[in-house]
Ligand binder design. Structure first.
Ligand code: OTD
Ligand code: ZN
Ligand code: ZN
Length: 351
């Protein structure tokens, strides 16, 4: 029986929200247990906009790591209308920044300081193209008159396609893709080698109907919102193809239960507690466990020009129960994705 035990190079997570303070302390051990490196999102309050901010934040992350755990946070800059291209380039040259993140203003959680018009940051993007600094994009239009399920596809046509034409050498990652249009777009530009896309575990497993199954499920609400089944199938095809542009990014985005289970609940799924187990289910269901290593451990480092990991991790086919509530502080906890459910795979640590 093949694949009762899978050993792969230690994966990296190319899109995480680690937060700060007590939340950082509570969630970081889960990411650092499975992943060797992670691209850390800068949407703190206030956001991480300068090299100095990122350097300080990296220090807080390293200080919050449990003893004896090896983990490298890769920092990102939050682009604003006022980003200083010189500071960004210095931060990249000094190895503080791995990439810069474009949030269209108000597109997602803590994005109010994001870019109001991409034309305003053209000189910054020019500079990033020159130095080979990747631009990571939250690809949704913010026009509230566009249907929430269409915002990614409209962004691709109206903003991303012209952006790539204006900046023909800029390297771009379309983050957390959720549509077949995104998959097609990335494939159409794959030959250039300058476009990548991250795919979350939850978007491989749920479609939009799951958010309303038997009632409203606030813990399955995230942005970009899950789309209909045909899109989920396209994402599974892309992730399990093993093709270079597609790599693992959980977009684990913890919020307290109080903030999620509210009249106006926050967006975000916390998947760090069982990320690899859940990805393994999606790959197994697609009959593609042999492609998990390319997606989780090889394609990302290649895109970011980093060495692949020399460590190995093991996944075993034996049931594991997704963790229950994770305490953040007195009276505040985070509920993991698929909490309490039995998963088919168990994470066996590094070997
Ligand atoms: N999506 N929640 C968050 C970020 C992401 O767009 C994202 O990257 C968050 O809470 O920071 C979410 O639903
Ligand atoms: Zn995003
Ligand atoms: Zn995110």
């Amino acid at each position: 029986m093949p694949f009762d035990r899978i050993v792969i190079r230690r994966p990296d997570d190319w899109h995480v929200h680690l937060r700060d303070g007590a939340m950082l302390k509570a969630v970081l051990p889960f990411t650092a247990r499975q992943f060797g490196r992670a691209i850390v999102m800068p949407n703190l309050k206030p956001p991480v906009t300068t090299t100095a901010d990122a350097d300080a934040y990296r220090g807080r992350i390293l200080a919050a790591l449990p003893d004896g755990v090896s983990f490298t946070p890769l920092m990102t800059a939050y682009l604003t209308d006022g980003t200083d291209a010189g500071d960004l380039a210095r931060g990249f040259a000094d190895g503080v920044f791995a990439a810069a993140k474009l949030y269209p203003a108000n597109a997602t959680t803590n994005s109010a300081h994001g870019v109001t018009d991409i034309a305003r940051i053209a000189p910054v993007l020019e500079r990033m193209a020159e130095i080979g600094m990747p631009l990571l994009i939250h690809g949704e239009v913010t026009d509230q008159s566009v249907d929430i399920f269409d915002r990614e596809a409209v962004f691709i046509d109206s903003i991303l396609a012209p952006l790539l034409e204006r900046h023909p050498t800029l390297r771009v990652v379309l983050e957390h893709v959720t549509t077949s249009e995104a998959v097609q777009f990335v494939r159409a530009h794959a030959a250039s080698g300058r476009i990548g896309a991250t795919i979350t575990a939850h978007h491989l497993l749920i479609n939009r109907s799951h958010i309303f199954q038997g009632g409203i499920r606030p813990h399955l609400y995230c942005l970009p919102i899950a789309k209909r089944e045909t899109h989920r199938v396209a994402l599974v095809e892309a992730a399990t193809s093993g093709d270079g542009p597609f790599f693992l990014g959980t977009d684990t985005a913890p919020h307290t239960v109080t903030a999620k289970e509210a009249a106006c609940g926050c967006a975000g799924c916390f998947t760090a507690a069982n990320a690899l187990e859940v990805y393994a289910e999606a790959f197994e269901d697609a009959g593609a466990l042999d492609k998990l290593e390319a997606f989780a451990s090889l394609n990302g480092p290649r895109f970011y020009n980093l060495p692949v990991s020399e460590e190995r991790v093991v996944l075993e086919r034996r049931p594991s129960v997704a963790p229950d509530l994770i305490l953040v502080s007195e009276g505040d906890a985070v509920l993991p994705f698929r909490s309490g459910e039995t998963l088919r795979w168990s994470f066996g640590g590094t070997v």
